[in-house]
Design a protein around this ligand. Structure first.
Ligand code: KG4
Ligand code: ZN
Length: 349
């Protein structure tokens, strides 16, 4: 079975072709970074318009990579939420139009479920090992920061989450404060590599192990206070020290709680996902703590961590394999519903 996946929840328009075993045949992503960079964050209306412009070329680009193009496709999977509703609707409408015209089955996919199973995508010979179920997943992106127990195909429960900003959002806001541009994560990461992480004392937000929840807004405020008192660093060494100190606070609390969740749940497998999984500080700290607690760490390749449609196609294939289908009245949602229906991430009581 070959599934066409379509993703448009935030600022990437993406299409991919994936087999039910996770083999990726095509994976096309059109980034809107240049559209939103002048504003230091994603502007929803501009995102919707850019999705409209990009969605068909991206789908055509993916289809051009397989023999037969659309004739080879057996089903369509599309992100239906969470995300910007105007943005999501572009992907959903494109998916419905193709499904209707070609009489193909369609399934809506929760974006977070997509991220949580992206570790099973197979991209080529250098594929890293894949975990068996269950595993703990730390999902850290610009829009989401949470720890999940991934229990079965397509199913997960949430163990803890941020109470305010997402980790990537904290990176982006601090970078904006320091005049480092958008998105801030990669720039802070690069500068942090040259700095002293102990140079500036910054709080470790909600560091208590009693909760697996996070909070990053206080840390952002602490950086703002530091800048108020000392000004934006003008030399590169001071800037590197500030970035390294900030990054240390964020990544330590993320890695500690994720590994603690593994220990607490008795699950010696941790998977990283989301754009912030690219962070070298986070990878290094997670590697160290996992080794110490005998937890196997799985870090998917970057193309599987950041927003992409291959993970949506694969999650869709899991739904299809379970005999699930949606109708053409499929709609988008901005937040994952509190599902007593049971398929989506929810808090373990
Ligand atoms: O998953 P993603 O591509 O998109 C969503 O937010 O869904 O993640 C983007 C986020 C941005 O906030 C970006 O600043 C952050 O991931 N990011 C990083 C790094 N690379 C990307 N944060 C820290 N260090 C990085 N190397
Ligand atoms: Zn995402």
């Amino acid at each position: 079975m070959l599934v066409l996946g379509i993703e448009s929840s935030c600022d990437e328009t993406a299409a991919a072709l994936v087999r039910e075993d996770g083999t990726v045949l095509a994976d096309v992503v059109a980034s809107q970074i240049a559209v939103h960079a002048p504003y230091g964050g994603v502007v929803p209306e501009l995102a919707s318009r850019a999705h409209l412009t990009n969605v068909l070329p991206v789908i055509e680009g993916a289809l051009a990579e397989v023999d037969g193009g659309l004739d080879a496709v057996d089903a369509i999977a599309v992100t239906r939420g969470p995300g910007l509703v105007g943005a999501l609707l572009v992907g959903v409408q494109a998916a419905k139009a193709i499904a209707w015209a070609r009489d193909l089955p369609i399934v809506g996919v929760d974006h977070l479920i997509g991220h949580l199973f992206a570790v099973y995508l197979r991209r080529g010979e250098d594929d890293p090992p894949q975990p068996e179920l269950p595993y703990v997943a730390l999902l850290v992106s610009g829009g989401h920061t949470a720890i999940y127990e991934v229990t079965a195909p397509g199913e997960a429960v949430i163990l803890g989450q941020t109470r305010d900003d997402a980790a990537g959002e904290a990176f982006d806001k601090v970078a904006k404060l320091l005049g480092l541009g958008y998105p801030g994560g990669p720039v802070v990461d690069r500068l942090a590599a040259k700095g002293d992480p102990r140079a500036i004392e910054l709080p470790i937000p909600m560091s208590s192990r009693r909760t697996l929840d996070f909070s990053f807004s206080g840390l952002k405020t602490a950086v703002a206070r530091h800048v108020e008192a000392h000004g934006v660093p003008t030399d590169e060494a001071a800037m590197a020290d500030l970035c390294a100190s900030f990054q240390r606070s964020v990544t330590r609390v993320l890695a500690r709680k994720a590994v603690h969740a593994c220990v607490q749940r008795g699950i010696p497998r941790l998977v990283l996902g989301g754009g912030v999984a690219a962070n070298r500080g986070l990878r290094e700290t997670a590697r160290r703590l996992c080794a110490k607690h005998e937890v196997a760490l799985f870090v998917p390749p970057l193309a599987s961590c950041t927003d992409n449609a291959a993970m949506i196609a694969y999650a869709g294939a899991m739904r299809l394999a379970a005999g699930e289908r949606d109708d053409l009245d499929l709609t988008a949602y901005s937040r994952s519903p509190d599902l007593r229906r049971g398929k989506f991430p929810k808090r373990r009581s």
